[in-house]
Ligand binder design. Structure first.
Ligand code: NAD
Ligand code: UDP
Ligand code: UDP
Length: 338
C-alpha cells in the first residue's frame, strides 16, 4: 500500500517523531462540500481559524457566497462552484461531506445524497483522505424508541414524501461503511439533530427559521398540526465542535450530535415570542405527511467517546440568530446574488 505523506500533517514529515520544538502542527488540506451553506460555513470559519487550508465545493443550490465571502483573498481559502454529483479531482487530507439539499422544500428528486456521496468517497479512497459524512436524525424516521440511540435502526417510510432525504442519507451511511470495510477508507458518521443559528436559510421552511422570520416580519407563527410534536434544537457552534472532535477522534460512529433539550413546537413558538415579540400570534396549519412525532438524541456515546456535549441552550442560542435574520430581512441587500 502506498502512503500519503501529507495525510497526517506535520508529524508525517517526522517519522521518528522528532518534531522541532516550537513548531505547530502543519495545517491540513480540507474539503468541505456544502461549505457555503449554513453549517458548512461555520465549520469553515473554525478550520481556517485553526490554520488549515480549506477548499469549499458548493453548487449554491441552497448555500450562498455571502456565507464565506469574508475569506475571499485568504490564500488558505478556495471556493469551487461544483455539483458533487459530477466527479471531482483534488488532493486533500480530510473531507467533510455536507453537500445536500437539506430542507423539505429542496430535497425532492435530487441524487446528491447517493451519487454525490459516492463521488466524495471515491475521492477519499483515491487520495487516502479521512471522510466525514453528515447524516441526520431523520434516519430514525418516525422513531418508536425515545430518546434515540445510535443502535436504533429507525422507522422510515421508504415511499413517502420525505423518503428521498431519509433513505438518501441511509444509503449515504451504507456507502460510507462499505468504503470503510471494502476499501479501507477512514470514515466518520455524524447523525445531526435539528440545528439552528445565524446564516440559516430564511425561507426554506424549517421551523426555527420560519418562526424567527415570521416574528420579525410581524406575521403569525405557523404551527403545523396540533404543535405537540417535539424536536430538540442544537445551536450551530455546538454542532461544529462535535463535527471537528469526531473527525479528529478515533471512532467511526455513528454519533448522535444534538441537544437533548426537547421542545414541542408550541413551546418553541413561546420561546420565539419571549425572544422577539410577545404579541406574535400563532396560526395553526395542517401538518405535513409522515411528520415524526418526537425526536430527541441520546448523546451518551458522544459524551463518552468524544468528550462532547452541547453548551448553548435554546433560550441562549435563539437571540444569537435574531440579529443576523434582522439584518438579512430588513438590511439593504447590496450584495449581488451568487
Ligand atoms: P444548507 O442547505 O445550508 O447546506 C447545504 C449546502 O450544500 C448548501 O450550501 C448547498 O448549496 C450545497 N449543495 C447542495 N447540493 C449540492 C451539490 N449537489 N453539489 C454541491 N453542493 C451542494 O444545509 P445545512 O443545514 O448547512 O446542512 C448541512 C448538512 O448537515 C447536510 O448534509 C444536512 O443534511 C446535514 N444536517 C443538517 C441539519 C440541520 O438541522 N441543519 C440536521 C441534520 C442534518
Ligand atoms: N471519484 C471522484 N474523484 C476522485 C476519485 C473518484 O469524483 O478523485 C468518483 C468516480 O468518478 C466515481 C466515484 O467517485 O464515480 C467512485 O469512485 P471509485 O473509484 O470508488 O469507483 P469506480 O470508479 O471504481 O467505480
Ligand atoms: N413546523 C411548524 N411550523 C413551520 C415549520 C415546521 O410547526 O412553520 C413543524 C414541522 O411540522 C415539524 C417541526 O416543526 O413537526 C420541525 O420541522 P423542520 O422542517 O424544521 O424539521 P424536521 O421535520 O426535519 O425535523
Amino acid at each position: 500500500k502506498f502512503s500519503h505523506p501529507h495525510r497526517l500533517g506535520f508529524e508525517s514529515f517526522n517519522p521518528a517523531g522528532k518534531i522541532p520544538l516550537g513548531l505547530k502542527r502543519k495545517g491540513l488540506r480540507i474539503v468541505v462540500s456544502g461549505g457555503a451553506g449554513f453549517v458548512g460555513s461555520h465549520l469553515v470559519d473554525r478550520l481556517i481559524a485553526r490554520g488549515d487550508s480549506v477548499i469549499v465545493v458548493d453548487n449554491f443550490f441552497t448555500g450562498r457566497k455571502e456565507n464565506v465571502m469574508h475569506h475571499f483573498g485568504n490564500p488558505n481559502f478556495e471556493l469551487i462552484r461544483h455539483d458533487v454529483v459530477e466527479p471531482l479531482l483534488l488532493e486533500v487530507d480530510q473531507i467533510y461531506h455536507l453537500a445536500c439539499p437539506a430542507s423539505p422544500v429542496h430535497y425532492k428528486f435530487n441524487p446528491t445524497n447517493v451519487v454525490g456521496t459516492l463521488n466524495m468517497l471515491g475521492l477519499a479512497k483515491r487520495v487516502g483522505a479521512r471522510f466525514l459524512l453528515t447524516s441526520t436524525s431523520e434516519v430514525y424516521g418516525d422513531p418508536l424508541q425515545h430518546p434515540q440511540k445510535e443502535t436504533y435502526w429507525g422507522n422510515v417510510n421508504p415511499i413517502g414524501v420525505r423518503s428521498c432525504y431519509d433513505e438518501g442519507k441511509r444509503t449515504a451511511e451504507t456507502l460510507t461503511m462499505d468504503y470503510h470495510r471494502g476499501a479501507g477508507v477512514e470514515v466518520r458518521i455524524a447523525r445531526i439533530f435539528n440545528t439552528y443559528g445565524p446564516r440559516m436559510c430564511i425561507d426554506d421552511g424549517r421551523v426555527v427559521s420560519n418562526f424567527v422570520a415570521q416574528a420579525l416580519r410581524k406575521e403569525p407563527l405557523t404551527v403545523y398540526g396540533d404543535g405537540k410534536q417535539t424536536r430538540s434544537f442544537q445551536y450551530v457552534s455546538d454542532l461544529v465542535e462535535g463535527l471537528m472532535r469526531l473527525m479528529e477522534g478515533e471512532h467511526v460512529g455513528p454519533f448522535n450530535l444534538g441537544n437533548p433539550g426537547e421542545f414541542t413546537m408550541l413551546e418553541l413558538a413561546e420561546v420565539v415570542q419571549e425572544t422577539i415579540d410577545p404579541n406574535a400570534k400563532i396560526e395553526f396549519r395542517p401538518n405535513t405527511e409522515d411528520d415524526p412525532h418526537k425526536r430527541k438524541p441520546d448523546i451518551a456515546r458522544a459524551k463518552e467517546l468524544l468528550g462532547w456535549e452541547p453548551k448553548v441552550s435554546l433560550r441562549k442560542g435563539l437571540p444569537l440568530m435574531v440579529s443576523d435574520f434582522q439584518q438579512r430581512i430588513f438590511g439593504d441587500h447590496k450584495e449581488g446574488k451568487n
